[in-house]
Design a protein around this ligand. Structure first.
Ligand code: PYC
Length: 333
């Protein structure tokens, strides 16, 4: 066995969506903040992401998290989120997966019935409260970054689909929120190719004409997620299909997407603080969420979402790169 690189991982899934938690093999990434480390990683170390999430070690919907020492002195652990699409500033299902792995492998001091872990993410400090019984992480509630609605009833001309009305909201990533009916596509997993094509077309049209940029943190920008509401979605129960660039669905109900949806409902006056909303993924798995606080962020008002979900460890692994491997960064097809 020959290895030019070797990575230790604990694989998990959060309500169906994988998080490959990289616990060893990546040195401390240069940078004073996790946002700077993310920038450095994207510019200089992206082959590590590609190797770990692309085929043949990963797959088109693979997602992961690289553990790091924190930059923020308030935090216990730093996290860099990796996906087939790149490095997200924040990932809700990934945070639930990381917290579960940290507790169940004993990488953090565990207290029962609740273990609190503060995670330093490129989007800011996120707190995870893990419900623990007999050493098992039974559920994780995250206090997400400040979220806000960027636009309501915006319109965009989408080539091949016509004019689309959408809302756009931020919950750690930007999300365009609309439905499939106006695009002439059924909300049905059997039509998944059409749903993905519609999502990518909406994403491209918005990025081309009105690319979102975070109103306080200009390192966060661009749209790579479209949340299509199910016909029966309402302000207490959001069933949806989440299309993610470059062409896959979130299998989980999407923590940052659920946060964005709650910020949008709040902006519409439909979701007060401390009222539960259930979020359901395209495969039927669920998170519950609520808005727990109104805050001022850089002179703007925002809300703090809390999301609860579950994750399960699926395996432990060492991923290697043989020096003669013809695909050192993997591939996508
Ligand atoms: O759970 O926030 C999330 C997420 C983002 C992309 C995939 N999952």
């Amino acid at each position: 066995m020959r290895a030019a690189r070797m990575f230790q991982a604990v694989d998990s899934h959060t309500e169906g969506m994988p998080t490959r938690v990289i616990t060893g093999g990546v040195a401390t990434i240069p940078g004073q903040t996790m946002a700077q480390r993310r920038d450095h990683f994207i510019a200089n170390l992206d082959e590590v992401r590609q190797l770990l999430v692309n085929e043949p070690r990963g797959h088109p919907a693979m997602s992961g998290a690289i553990l790091q020492p924190p930059c923020d002195p308030r935090a216990d652990v730093g996290v860099l989120f990796i996906e087939v699409s790149g490095c997200l500033p924040m990932c809700g299902h990934g945070t639930i997966g990381v917290a579960t792995v940290l507790v169940e492998t004993g990488m953090v001091p565990v207290t029962e019935p609740v273990t609190t872990i503060r995670l330093d993410t490129p989007a800011g400090l996120v707190t995870a409260e893990v419900a623990v019984r007999d050493g098992a992480a039974e559920s994780v509630t995250i206090r997400n970054v400040a979220s806000y609605c960027d636009r309501l009833d915006a319109t965009v001309d989408v080539p091949g689909f016509g004019r689309v009305v959408y809302d756009l909201s931020y919950g750690g990533n930007f999300y365009a929120i609309t439905d499939l009916e106006t695009l002439g596509v059924p909300f049905d997993r059997r039509a998944k190719g059409d749903v993905i094509a519609a999502g990518l077309a909406v994403m491209a049209a918005i990025n081309e004409t009105a690319r979102p940029v975070h109103r306080v943190y200009d390192h966060i920008g661009g749209l790579s997620h479209v949340l299509f509401l199910a016909p029966d979605a309402d302000e207490r129960s959001t069933r949806h299909a989440m299309v993610i660039h470059p062409g896959w669905f979130d299998r989980s109900p999407c923590g940052t997407g659920t946060s964005a949806r709650m910020a949008q409902l709040h902006a519409r006056g439909l979701l007060p603080l401390n009222v539960e909303m259930v979020s359901e993924s395209f495969i039927g798995s669920r998170f519950s969420g609520r808005l727990v606080e109104s805050v001022d962020e850089g002179g703007f008002s925002a809300v703090i979402p809390s999301i609860t979900g579950r994750a399960w460890i699926t395996g432990t692994a060492q991923y290697l790169l043989d020096p003669s491997d013809p695909f050192p960064t993997g591939f996508t097809v």
